[in-house]
Design a protein around this ligand. Structure first.
Ligand SMILES: [Zn+2]
Length: 486
């Protein structure tokens, strides 16, 4: 068994994020997913002779959003370049990308490398480019080509080789996903290919000054696979070095079924692509005023939102972390808060508890997002208001919540329909309490002679007889009165 502790992995990630624009990067074709193959195409995205691409302004806005969110320098002048290569799903024979003059450079993303320890992962560059089409190999006919994706806008986010473990790579990707989804520029769905990740990996003996030879790992199409694939490749390289062999610079494809990386081709160098400035597009010029206008419209970032939840709603940091992890969920929580009648820390905490436990539990069980969730924030807020004003107990609320998942009415309507209203009628509760005390004379005796912890027992018995519908405050009050001050 080789001594793995001797080695330090060095990882850099290239992440492609598909932008949520309505039309493609250089033509007006739709970017809609799932349309008939080869239906979202025109002479421009097919690269037919005599056509001219026109840059979609949204693409520039989106990449600047990302650049600002990752503390990059935004170039006032950036240039598109042609990346030439042949592939059946690339009818033009080149991709429009950016090469030596990208729009964003020199930023960083902060990850929590260990609990409580922040680490900055440098961003070398973020540039705009267009996607290629798709070859479909898995039908039992010849390979088919669908060019709908040709020209769909992407940004490529290239990190510095600052990542030191598969775990850090996972955290970096999680942050990138959180940022692009918060910014609303990409849906962040790795499984569906809207976020794609390639990795450059090398290992060196700890303390060495020079990085080892790197390999490029492609095709890791889920967050889970990234960590696994990186671990595999790091081990493979260490074992080669321990045997006295050399790591060959090559591109590997991760095979998730077999759990192995397979050599695809020897790695291309930049000159293999014969990059040159795209002659059909003028340089992209952005001025300070434009950048400022994009900055002004940036949404509040997760970290700022987290701090605000602690400050404004007096929530524990733990709650704030969970609630702000996804923008959708944070928006949901804030809409619940907006619907609360009583605005104070106690009710904010109730809104947080219901969102973190019940709402998240259902979302996870059903594998759905907030948008598909049956209980809108207004209904959840309505239910919390009913707990606060004493109409229902917290226990009944669980039943109301369960009903709301399948019934559409307001919480109030559901409570009435199902007879879930809390009983606060003193007379009715008193009768039950009398009954409980009569039946448990022995415990009453013990309580009166000082065994105060029996109070909970009487509450429990009363609640049981009232099927959980009694107002606990009224029950406590009556019990205290009947049992007498001890
Ligand atoms: Zn087109």
């Amino acid at each position: 068994m080789p001594n793995h502790n001797k080695y330090q992995p060095v990882i850099g990630l290239e992440v492609h994020a598909q932008l949520l624009t309505k039309s493609k990067a250089f033509c007006s074709c739709s970017t809609e997913f799932g349309n008939d193959p080869n239906s979202n195409v025109c002479p421009v995205c097919l690269g037919l002779p005599g056509v001219l691409p026109v840059l979609n302004a949204r693409v520039v806005e989106f990449v600047i959003r990302m650049g600002l969110a990752t503390y990059c320098t935004i170039a006032d002048r950036s240039v598109f370049a042609r990346k030439n290569y042949f592939y059946p799903d690339l009818p033009k024979g080149y991709q429009i990308s950016q090469y030596d003059k990208p729009i964003c450079t020199g930023g960083y993303v902060e990850i929590e490398a260990e609990p409580g320890v922040k680490k900055r992962i440098g961003i070398t560059r973020i540039h705009m480019e267009e996607d290629a089409g798709k070859s479909i190999h898995d039908l039992d006919v010849d390979t088919l080509v669908d060019v709908n994706r040709c020209g769909v806008p992407l940004i490529e986010i290239v990190s510095e080789p600052d990542i030191r473990s598969p775990r850090e790579a996972y955290q970096y990707l999680t942050m990138i996903k959180q940022i692009v989804t918060y910014l609303g520029i990409c849906d962040g769905n790795m499984e569906e290919g809207s976020l794609r990740c390639d990795a450059n990996i090398s290992v060196m003996v700890k303390g060495a000054e020079q990085f080892g030879t790197k390999t490029e790992l492609k095709n890791m199409n889920s967050f889970r696979f990234v960590e696994k694939a990186l671990e595999y490749e790091i081990n493979r390289q260490i074992e080669l070095l321990e045997r006295g062999e050399r790591v060959v610079q090559e591109t590997l494809l991760w095979d998730a079924n077999e759990g192995v990386a397979v050599a695809m081709r020897s790695k291309e160098e930049a000159h293999d692509y014969r990059y040159f400035p795209e002659p059909d597009l003028v340089p992209v010029l952005v001025d300070e005023q434009y950048i400022a206008s994009v900055r002004e419209r940036l949404p509040e970032f997760p970290s700022a939102r987290r701090d605000r939840y602690v400050r404004e709603f007096a929530l524990p940091k733990y709650d704030a972390d969970i609630l702000t992890e996804q923008r959708e969920l944070a928006d949901y929580f804030e809409n619940v808060v907006a619907g609360l009648k009583t605005k104070k820390s106690g009710t904010y905490k109730m809104a947080s508890n219901w969102t973190m436990t019940e709402v998240l539990r259902v979302l996870n069980d059903k594998h759905i997002g907030v948008a598909e969730f049956a209980v809108g924030p207004d209904r959840l807020a309505g239910m919390i208001n009913l707990i606060v004003d004493g109409t229902i107990s917290g226990k009944i609320a669980k039943d109301v919540f369960a009903e709301m998942l399948t019934e559409s009415g307001s919480p109030k309507a559901i409570i009435e329909k199902k007879g879930l209203v809390q009983v606060s009628d003193t007379g009715a509760i008193e009768k039950i309490v009398d009954d409980v005390l009569a039946r448990n004379a022995e415990q009453v005796e013990k309580y009166r002679s000082g065994k105060q912890q029996l109070f909970g027992f009487f509450v429990g018995e009363t609640m049981k007889l009232m099927k959980g519908k009694a107002n606990p405050n009224v029950v406590n009050e009556i019990l205290r009165k009947k049992l007498g001050g001890v």
